[in-house]
Design a protein. Structure first.
Length: 319
C-alpha cells in the first residue's frame, strides 16, 4: 500500500502482512486517532519520502513486527508516541534494514528482546539502542546488586552481583541500576525466576537507534563480550577485522548444555541456528578473542534480511 500524503489510522488496527510505503513528495504524518491507549501493529514499512522531509509517527503506540526500510526522509518519533520494534519469539520480530544516507532518525524507539524460558543461568545480552540504563531493564528482569531496586541476593560471599561484563579478560561487576547499558558492549547477566528455572521474559530497551554507518570497536588482548549494536541481526562473517581480532566466537546452548562455536575461516558452526554467516540476533552478545590489538568494524550492510535466533551465551572458559 503506497501512501503519498498523511496517513490517519482510527483506533486499533493490525497490518499483519504486506508493506506500507510512505512515498510522499511533501512531509508526511502517520497519526493514530483514538481517545484511549491503542496499538497499531505494523508488518513492513518502507520510508522513501522524495522531498527528504519529515515522516512523523504521532500519538499512541506503533509496533513493528516486520522490516522498516529507511531509504529517504527524516523519520521522526514524536515524544508522545511509543514506537516498538517487536520481538515475538527467540527467532521472530521486527528490525531496521540498512539506513540509506541521508536518512535521519529523531526520537526514541523501544527495542524488544524475547528471552525464552529455560534453566536459571548466565546469559549474554546487549543494548540495541543508545542511552539505556539498567533501570530500563528492571521491570522485566530481576537483577542483584547494592544499587539495584531489588537489592542484593546474599550468598556465602555476601552480595551476589548478577550483572557483569568482561573487557580484554578483565572482569567487572555492575553495582548500580543507573549505570548505562553501553551500546556495543556485551553483558553477562544471571537470569532466573529462582535458583533453578527461568520463566522467560521480554526485555524492553528504550533509546535512540545507532545509525552510524560504521561502528568501530577496539580490542587489545584476551576475551571480550561483544554486543550487536544495531536493532537488527548482524552477520559476524561480514564484519571487517584488523590486528589480532580472531575470526570466531563462542555461544553456550542451554538445550545441549555445550559450548557451541562459529568459525569464520571455514564458514562452519556447531549449531545450525548460527549458520555459515555467524548470525547474531538483536540484543545478542558473544565472546570473541584477540591475540593482539585490533578493531572490528560493523557496517549497516552487515545486517541481513534473515531472522536470527537469540541464544543464551556464557564464557567458554566457565562451566
Amino acid at each position: 500500500m503506497d501512501i503519498n500524503g498523511d496517513f490517519e489510522i482510527s483506533g486499533t488496527t493490525s497490518f499483519t502482512d504486506g508493506t506500507i510505503s510512505l512515498t510522499g513528495d511533501v512531509p508526511q504524518t502517520v497519526h493514530i486517532i483514538a481517545s484511549a491507549a491503542v496499538t497499531v501493529e505494523l508488518n513492513n514499512l518502507r520510508i522513501e519520502n522524495s522531498s527528504a522531509g519529515d515522516v512523523t509517527f504521532l500519538e499512541r503506540t506503533f509496533r513493528l513486527n516486520g522490516v522498516m526500510r529507511p531509504l529517504q526522509g527524516n523519520i521522526v518519533i514524536d515524544p508522545i508516541t511509543t514506537f516498538i520494534i517487536a520481538s515475538n519469539s527467540a527467532t521472530e520480530g521486527g528490525r531496521i534494514a540498512p539506513i540509506i544516507a541521508p536518512t535521519n532518525f529523531t526520537g526514541e524507539f523501544v527495542v524488544e528482546r524475547f528471552i525464552p524460558a529455560g534453566v536459571a543461568d548466565w546469559r549474554n545480552l546487549c543494548s540495541p539502542v543508545i542511552g539505556a540504563t539498567f533501570d530500563d531493564w528492571d521491570p522485566d528482569l530481576a537483577m542483584s546488586g547494592e544499587g539495584f531496586p531489588d537489592g542484593c541476593a546474599f550468598g556465602p560471599d555476601g552480595c551476589f552481583r548478577s550483572v557483569t561484563y568482561t573487557d580484554h579478560s578483565i572482569f567487572y561487576e555492575v553495582i548500580n541500576s543507573s549505570d548505562p547499558i553501553t551500546n556495543g558492549r556485551g553483558f553477562e547477566i544471571f537470569v532466573g525466576s529462582d535458583l533453578e528455572t527461568f520463566d522467560g521474559t521480554t526485555l524492553r530497551t528504550p533509546g535512540t537507534l545507532n545509525t552510524t554507518a560504521d561502528v568501530v570497536e577496539s580490542f587489545t588482548t584476551g576475551w571480550t563480550i561483544f554486543g550487536n549494536p544495531y536493532a537488527s541481526p548482524i552477520t559476524f562473517a561480514t564484519l571487517a577485522r584488523s590486528g589480532g581480532v580472531q575470526n570466531y566466537f563462542y555461544v553456550y546452548d542451554p538445550a545441549s548444555g555445550a559450548y557451541e562455536w562459529y568459525d569464520g575461516a571455514s564458514g562452519t558452526s556447531s549449531l545450525p541456528e548460527i549458520t555459515s554467516s555467524g548470525l547474531m540476533a538483536t540484543g545478542q552478545a558473544v565472546w570473541i578473542f584477540a591475540t593482539s590489538a585490533g578493531d572490528t568494524t560493523i557496517n549497516q550492510f552487515n545486517t541481513p534480511s534473515a531472522d536470527a535466533t537469540y541464544i543464551r551465551t556464557s564464557h567458554p572458559c566457565h562451566p
